[in-house]
Design a protein around this ligand. Sequence first.
Ligand code: 1GP
Length: 248
Amino acid sequence: MADRHLYEGLLEAKARGEKRLAVLIDPDKTRIRHLDQVVDAASEGGVHYFFIGGSLVVNDMLDTVLAGIRRRCSIPIVLFPGNSFQLSYRADAILFLSLISGRNAELLIGQHVVAAPFLKMSPLEIISTGYMLIDGGVQTSVQYMSNTWPIPANKVDIAVCTAMAGEMLGLKMIYLEAGSGAHNPVPEDMVEAVAGVLHVPLIVGGGIRTPEKATALLHAGADLLVVGSAVEEDPGRIRELAAAVREF
Ligand code: 1GP
């Protein structure tokens, strides 16, 4: 069942000072038995969303994964596509990502033109999102695949101005991304400075592995955290990460 009000829900949560947690599932990296464990742990832990996507989806597993999640729980499913091929009607919403930290026209507007007619016909809630890649201390898939430079982790002013411009352009959320498997998550001083100039919800992801780091990023002003690798390795970690977000 499509939840048409996912974005409004996020805005209301932000207004109340409540934080949100999303678990990222890369359809390529997830075995179905493992997926069941992740989904069950997410349901028990009270995870708010599943984000589904990857920089490079080589197997045709997207629909299988979406159906597998839907069968076991009612947590909203949000597509987080690495490119315009990763689209499906089986999700509830899609982050319509524009890579505003980069200067690759394809990822600023090109693929969006290709995807627009499909999305126009789809039941998906479309949430335009300014996607900003921040240097996480290691070259990640998203950096390589997007053919863009990340914003250096110490260039807080560039991140702030980029996020401000994204909001002024009408993007409904800003996403600070250190990249999956980042050594260093987005620095807290950058999150704090960006959160300080934004009115729209702020998503932060990449390299978040512990409840302590999650809490620190929430304190800095993140509204929604995204975790992938840590829970891929050990679905049991969902419980403690979700507790950190809930108890914030
Ligand atoms: C979502 O890409 C991240 O923003 C996920 O990163 O896999 O390092 O948690 P991890």
